[in-house]
Design a protein around this ligand. Structure first.
Ligand code: 5GP
Ligand code: MG
Ligand code: MG
Length: 187
């Protein structure tokens, strides 16, 4: 059985209304920043960035294309990442000369993003920037340039709005904090 999230929800950290409001602002900002640019491409990192991408793209007035990629990190624990990242699903598009915005759910240590940025920059995009919904700034272990940040949050494990706990709960329209003492992994 997969547990009902009400049983371990410590608090709603960011409500659906707060998310939608902020994402609309980000969309406006991106539309303005790229208004004189051609070939805008949003690259979503699966799977956590999916909800954010679909709302964000509706808020961007400037014409753009979308793409997806997936990476896997070899972590030290189930909820942490280490330095090693591998592309498990690559882009279908050549990004050379394109204005690429990487769309991410959350930046924690920064290791995943740093290695994705390194791999993509070798393909010579015209520009490469990052838009993340959440930033756990105090957890950063490696510098990563973040051009657009939805919310800076403290060091709590969050779920919902694309973010999973053991692959579930991505569908929730808000970002919640897990009470790990009350969370029971499905058996
Ligand atoms: P980083 O490489 O920056 O340490 O880790 C980024 C990845 O770790 C995110 O894309 C996400 O998959 C996962 N992650 C980090 N913090 C959280 C969190 O609070 N909740 C969830 N669900 N995933 C997280
Ligand atoms: Mg991610
Ligand atoms: Mg995850």
């Amino acid at each position: 059985m997969v547990q009902d999230y009400h049983e371990f929800l410590a608090e709603v950290l960011i409500s659906e209304e707060q998310l939608q409001h902020r994402i609309h602002e980000l969309g406006e900002e991106i539309s303005n920043d790229y208004k004189d640019e051609d070939q805008l491409l949003l690259v979503c990192i699966l799977r956590g960035g999916v909800m954010f991408l679909t709302d964000l793209m509706r808020s961007i007035r400037h014409p753009h294309a979308i793409e997806f990629m997936a990476v896997s990190s070899y972590g030290v624990g189930r909820r942490e990442t280490s330095g090693q990242t591998r592309i498990t699903l690559d882009l279908n598009t050549d990004i050379q000369d394109k204005n690429v915005i990487l769309v991410e759910d959350i930046i924690d240590s920064g290791f995943t993003l740093a290695s994705v940025l390194e791999m993509l920059s070798l393909r010579k995009p015209r520009s490469l920037s990052v838009c993340t919904l959440l930033d756990k700034a105090e957890r950063r272990e490696v510098y990563v340039p973040l051009k657009y940040v939805g919310f800076t949050i403290s060091n709590k494990f969050v779920f919902g709005y694309g973010l999973d706990i053991d692959d579930y709960y991505r569908n929730l329209p808000f970002v919640g904090v897990v009470d790990l003492a009350r969370y029971k992994p499905a058996s």
